[in-house]
Design a protein around this ligand. Structure first.
Ligand code: ARG
Length: 461
């Protein structure tokens, strides 16, 4: 944009073309246009309401802005780099449409409070959408969990077989992570939804504006108390990026498990053709690209969080152009989280199948019932540590003999300790091992059934 079109006449020459390109944000902040129009409409209404402009002028501005919205939606308004940013682009087009009155729109406002308003309106909307996607994801987890309360799966610590689990219990762990994500976004929303509009460039304005009026029109819960803080605060974006990073952490952990589970080494799930890809050279391959991409994209969101923190750490008050750098990472994080949630939801819903036969075998082929032998003795008065040591011994001799605990004769058990009786075999069967963990929040079937009901209630919040 040439000097006549934007900045005051204090400039003698136009920007160097490369610098104009470097300075411009229109290439990415066009994403904000609908929010910019809505924000400007609220500002115009407030200007009329407070008598700063006439009500006819206010109406002309509002109608002109609406016309730009239609043009944009129809694809006829496509500002180029000469517009510098979305705010200048809209103001310029408005003046073309409504004439000189368009030049009144920026009364009592700066692009600094304007862009802060736009970004918050954008993020507020996106958070709602992401919350909806989280609910879909949670819904699929619950659907699968409800069908698999009694399906057993090996449970791990240190990626070593530890104790068997109800598959539903395992999936409910991810449900709870997503529940925290959903709640966290609600919490972030409270600080996103504060209006900086009317803070001006940094110090407020000489006009008798009504900030509460615009805040109400735009459905903000409150207004920034301090104008310097209002135009330069990006805590809300950082908080969102933290919440987005945690969503990605959770998706990535699940993705990692699906990748492991689908490998020949685990064979716990089969990937369906609709969600797997092949290799260009190895005809036998079926690759878990979807979870791998989710795991890979996680790094991008972490990077954007880091970038935003670094952008902010040395900024003197108030607005600095560094803040223009807040947008691309924010938009990319929003898009990445949405796309990853959607992909994982589809993957769970129709892209993978648990191999129940294989899972049933898996839980019988290891020593993950060893704790239950120790618990068996402890329940019969043997101090737990003593019982633990005895079982450690029997695990060692069994491994040497190529046996599992279920293969030991009753006489062998009784040699180890006279408290053993016939019911030891039932006590160490995988089903009983799971069922017995009936402590609150444990994997016992009764607990899991209760947890499923509680989860449905959480979903209705
Ligand atoms: N494009 C700018 C941004 O995204 C708008 C605000 C410009 N303000 C300024 N004082 N130059 O931050």
């Amino acid at each position: 944009m040439t000097k006549e079109q934007t900045w005051s006449q204090r400039f003698e020459s136009a920007l160097h073309p490369a610098i104009a390109l470097f300075n411009a944000s229109i290439g990415f902040d066009i994403e904000l246009i609908e929010y910019d129009l809505t924000g400007s409409q609220a500002h115009a209404k407030m200007l009329a309401h407070t008598g700063i402009i006439s009500s006819e002028e206010g109406e002309q501005l509002v109608t002109g802005l609406e016309e730009i919205r239609q043009e944009y939606r129809q694809g006829t308004f496509q500002p180029g780099v000469d517009a510098e940013d979305v705010h200048f682009a809209v103001e310029k087009r408005l003046t073309e449409i409504v004439g000189d009155v368009g030049k009144k729109l920026h009364t009592a406002r700066s692009r600094n409070d304007q862009v802060g308003t736009d970004t918050r309106l954008y993020l507020r909307d996106q958070i709602q959408q992401i919350k909806g996607e989280l609910r879909e994801f949670q819904g699929v987890l619950l659907d699968i969990a409800e069908k698999n309360v009694e399906t057993l799966i090996p449970g791990y610590t240190h990626l070593q077989r530890a104790q068997p689990l109800s598959l539903a219990h395992h999936l409910l762990a991810y449900f709870q992570m997503a529940q925290r994500d959903w709640e966290r976004l609600g919490d972030v929303s409270r600080r996103v939804n504060i209006s900086p509009l009317g803070c001006g460039a940094l110090a407020g304005t000489t006009f008798p504006i009504d900030r509460h009026y615009t805040a109400k029109l735009l459905d903000f819960d409150d207004i920034y108390a301090n104008s310097l803080d209002g135009v330069s605060d990006r805590d809300f974006a950082i908080e969102f990026l933290c919440a987005a990073s945690l969503i990605m952490v959770h998706l990535s952990r699940l993705a990692e498990e699906v990748i492991l589970w689908s490998s020949e080494e685990f064979r716990f799930v089969t990937l369906k053709d609709s969600c797997a890809t092949g290799s260009s050279i190895m005809p036998q391959k079926k690759n878990p690209d979807v979870p791998e991409l989710v795991r890979g994209k996680t790094g991008r969101v972490f990077g954007h969080l880091q970038a935003m923190l670094v952008i902010m750490k040395g900024l003197p008050l108030a607005y600095n152009k560094d803040l223009q750098e807040d947008k691309e990472g924010l938009f990319d994080s929003v898009n990445t989280v949405k796309a990853s949630l959607e992909a994982m939801t589809i993957l769970l819903r129709e892209g993978l199948e648990f191999r129940t036969q294989r899972l049933a075998e898996a839980v019988t082929e290891d020593f993950s019932n060893a704790t239950d032998v120790a618990d068996y003795l402890a329940a019969r008065g043997v101090p737990f540590r003593e019982a633990y040591n005895l079982v450690g011994k029997v695990v060692k001799t069994s491994i040497a003999a190529g046996k599992l605990l279920k293969d030991l004769e009753l006489s062998e058990w009784q040699q180890l300790h006279p408290a053993f009786a016939e019911d030891i075999y039932e006590a160490i069967s995988p089903r009983q091992v799971v069922a017995a963990r009936n402590s609150h929040g444990g994997t016992g079937f009764v607990q899991v059934s209760k947890a499923l009901i509680a989860a449905r209630v959480q979903m209705d919040q």
